[in-house]
Design a protein around this ligand. Sequence first.
Ligand code: HSE
Length: 400
Amino acid sequence: MIYAAVLGYGTVGSGVVEAIHTNKEKLKKAAGDEITVRYILDLRDFEGDPFESLVVHDFSVIENDPEVSIVVETMGGIHPAYEFTMAALKKGKSVCTSNKALVADCGYELMQTAKANNCSYFFEASCGGGIPVIRALTTSLAGEEILEITGILNGTTNYILTRMADEGSAFSEVLADAQALGYAEKDPTADVEGHDACRKIAILISLALGKRVDFRDIYTEGISRITPEDITTAKAFGGRIRLLAGAKVTDHGLEAMVAPYMVGKDSPLYGVNDVFNAVFVRGNILGDSMFYGRGAGKLPTASAVVGDVLECAKTLGKHASFGWDDEKPEMTAKDGIVNRFLVRIPDAYAARAAEVFPGIVFADSGIFEQCAFITEEMTEKDFEQAFASLGPNASCIRVK
Ligand code: HSE
């Protein structure tokens, strides 16, 4: 028998316990031994819950039980998740998590601790929920030089943007409705301001490059300033607005950014709607590939965690390395990052726009007395300088 403990019996933690129970036979066959949850750590009691008897309130019970070899951390946040993870790894217990904040902040250190204690730290569920993209990057694609990863990595914002486009509604209206339906958090800042997606792309590109990309070095903008007019103009150009988290290897360093972009029909990311996530990966041998699926939610996320639990069970007493070094890659500063931009301006500014963006072609913006155009590729700095001369009512969005 292989014993596991689950820290945090919220949405994901309860999904993990349910999934391990539901797929008991399948897991036994794959692991060669039965995997069972011995403890659930939570501050609350769960009267009437089928797994009520497993609930404990003191982490030291788990830490000091030598028969528990796998710990699932689904608490979220940094503290006390960090302390509990560290303590479990130091006891040689492998840890699986969905906690992207902790992985992005302390992943390297926790993996080093796992290595020193002949156990593993796995975090498939931290990026893209149920989409198995981390294992793909670190196994099947491990022989590739990864040139680009661009993802729709946040389900909440994708849901909001999809509904804004379908209904013509304002951001604040859709957000309030999404909160009432339980799709968005009460404090939606991490999702809508792009912080969640930023941590996820930092993890993915760190794994792909085998280097330590600090999420604090990634320029991040959210979707809270997107207006129905922006969406109308994107539609007039045949596109959709999506929050993209991207990282691209260039001759002048790694360009990484999280921001809303207009995505055209020719992009594989165009058809990714609602709460779905997708991760586009470009490798030097493979070329382009895309991973698509449910990026959030109880059971999709639990599915990814359970895959990690199984991997832990199959590698007990050993360390599985991801080759994530301490070295930081050279990063291009935001000013030097190259993008194209969709710009909308009052018709009165068309002549000025033609001066500062030579060669542009104007098109209907879909908004009364305003025109729009798409720039050539240019650096963020050059764009900002030219755009600043287009008056207070000009608006812009990057183009993928
Ligand atoms: N808040 C996240 C999202 C949950 O909306 O994608 C999954 O990480």
